[in-house]
Design a protein around this ligand. Structure first.
Ligand code: NAP
Length: 455
């Protein structure tokens, strides 16, 4: 953010600032160090969000592997992680289910926050978090009553949350430099609403970025962070294996974006620790099943799976489940399953061997691939393969009673839907666009078109 620009733009303009919020939390620091069990995540026993099915348990990493081999910048590293859940009897999962992982902020980032806020010296001491005298508010559930500042910053607060204007207003009081104070004042003022919206909201500038952008911080009280930073929320991951193959293991795949998110960074660090021989525990919980499920009841109908990148995760579980059902119950006749899979480069296709195995085993009937960054690839995105196989979609969805599952990013899921809509339009005589949209809506209502959208 160019601070000078902003100052010039608002030169000699008077600003209307929101009223400084009254604090409602008080933090009492003791002289003792915080010595409680550090392996227990602070939020382990707090009410879990996102449709928790089980309690949160710390489970050991059983093994991990890097699935990508190239250091080519076109290829995002993807990891497979196996959790040992043998001891957790309540983790009864089905293919398509997801887990929540409780994240931990990076140690380095927490150290930066502590230094900027001049809290480093107090950071390991035992503190009590209480409501300020006379306050009628409630303490948020995710704040422990006793902890240390460091542990609370590591496990409870979202350091990258986009600050609301009232938080910016409060932070002005803890800056010394006049220009920096003016910039924050502009951003939280009535007159600066458009700049707040463009430079903070749309640009995705979080509290941690603000902390680094400004240099003249002078003692940010910890209670201010407790009052304004939201809860560090669990992150969901698809389970990528079938309980029929091994119910004592939970497998996930994740890709490491640049810069990595809080949880993927944590998992990446944990993998390094586990690989050096240290037993490494990850706090996870099982989430309730949703419509994205695939069990014996659905296996006798023809099915199409569509995925891009690690969006293939739930389908790995589906395919394993088909294989195990086929092996264990000779009476069941599995209907055809076709996989549409897109990734960046054929040479780095994560699932090459897995798909080959399932094609040979008969758990997969056909495979249609797309490679977005191979210049000679005939099909760039899965949508191109869908268009080339339009007839198959009409066969499964209109003439047959099959189903389709799509998993990937929001854009991918939306674009795939449009392209399937086009395929159906070609096969529905005299249909208008609204007819095909309605056909898809009906398929969705009937759970024959199921989407799993990831951010
Ligand atoms: P990625 O490598 O960035 O992309 C995978 C492929 O999808 C690339 O070939 C990419 O092409 C292509 N693509 C991009 N936009 C597309 C669009 N609009 N339509 C069709 N294809 C498109 O993806 P990733 O990091 O593996 O992740 C894929 C998604 O899966 C993420 O949103 C992730 O959150 C989600 N997911 C994660 C899990 C999990 O448990 N970790 C589970 C399910 C889904 P380009 O070369 O153009 O980028």
């Amino acid at each position: 953010m160019e601070m000078r620009d902003l100052i010039c733009k608002y030169e000699s303009k008077s600003l209307t600032l929101p009223t400084l919020p009254v604090g409602y939390i008080q933090v009492k620091s003791s002289v003792e160090e915080w010595t409680s069990d550090s392996s227990q995540h602070s939020q382990q026993n707090v009410l879990l969000p996102f449709a928790a099915e089980s309690k949160c348990h710390s489970v050991p990493i059983k093994s991990s592997r890097l699935l990508t081999t190239s250091s080519n910048q076109n290829v995002k590293p993807v990891y497979e992680l196996l959790f040992d859940v043998e001891q957790i009897k309540e983790f009864l999962f089905n293919p398509g289910d997801t887990i929540g992982i409780l994240p931990i902020n990076s140690d380095d980032e927490v150290t930066i926050v502590l230094e900027a806020a001049s809290l480093s010296e107090l950071s390991q001491l035992k503190i009590a978090i209480e409501l300020a005298a006379g306050s009628k508010k409630k303490l948020p559930n995710h704040l422990p009553q006793e902890t240390s500042i460091r542990k609370c910053l590591l496990e409870c607060l979202d350091l990258h949350a986009i600050p609301k204007k009232l938080f910016l207003r409060s932070l002005i009081e803890h800056l010394v430099d006049d220009e920096e104070r003016r910039v924050l004042a502009i951003l939280c003022s009535k007159e600066g609403a458009t700049d707040y919206s463009e430079r903070i909201l749309t640009a995705g500038v979080g509290f941690f970025d603000i902390l680094q952008m400004f240099k003249s911080w002078n003692q940010i009280p910890f209670q201010l962070l407790l009052e304004h930073l939201p809860r560090l929320l669990p992150r969901p991951y698809s389970i990528a294996n079938s309980p029929l193959q091994n119910q004592n293991i939970l497998k996930i795949w994740f890709s490491l974006a640049e810069p990595p998110g809080v949880t993927t960074k944590m998992l990446h660090d944990m993998i390094k620790r586990a690989n050096s021989g240290v037993t490494t525990m990850v706090p996870i919980y099982l989430r309730q099943s949703n419509a994205f499920s695939y069990t014996l009841n659905e296996m006798t109908d023809p099915v199409i799976f569509v995925a891009a990148g690690v969006g293939v995760s739930p389908f790995l579980g589906f395919l394993e489940h088909r294989e195990q059902v086929q092996k264990s119950d000779k009476e069941v006749r599995l209907a055809n399953a076709t996989m549409f899979y897109g990734c960046r480069q054929e040479s780095e296709s994560l699932c090459k061997d897995i798909f080959r195995h399932h094609l040979q085993a008969g758990s997969l009937s056909d495979l249609k691939e797309a490679f977005s960054r191979d210049v000679n690839s005939q099909h760039k995105y899965v949508q191109d393969q869908i268009q080339s196989n339009a007839n198959m979609f009409a066969e499964v969805l209109i003439r047959g009673k099959g189903r389709i599952y799509v998993c990937g990013s929001a854009n991918m899921v939306q674009d795939v839907r449009k392209s399937i809509q086009n395929c159906l339009a070609e096969h529905l005589d005299d249909s208008t666009t609204s007819d095909t949209i309605e056909s898809i809506q009906k398929l969705i209502r009937d759970k024959r078109y199921v989407e799993d959208t990831w951010i």
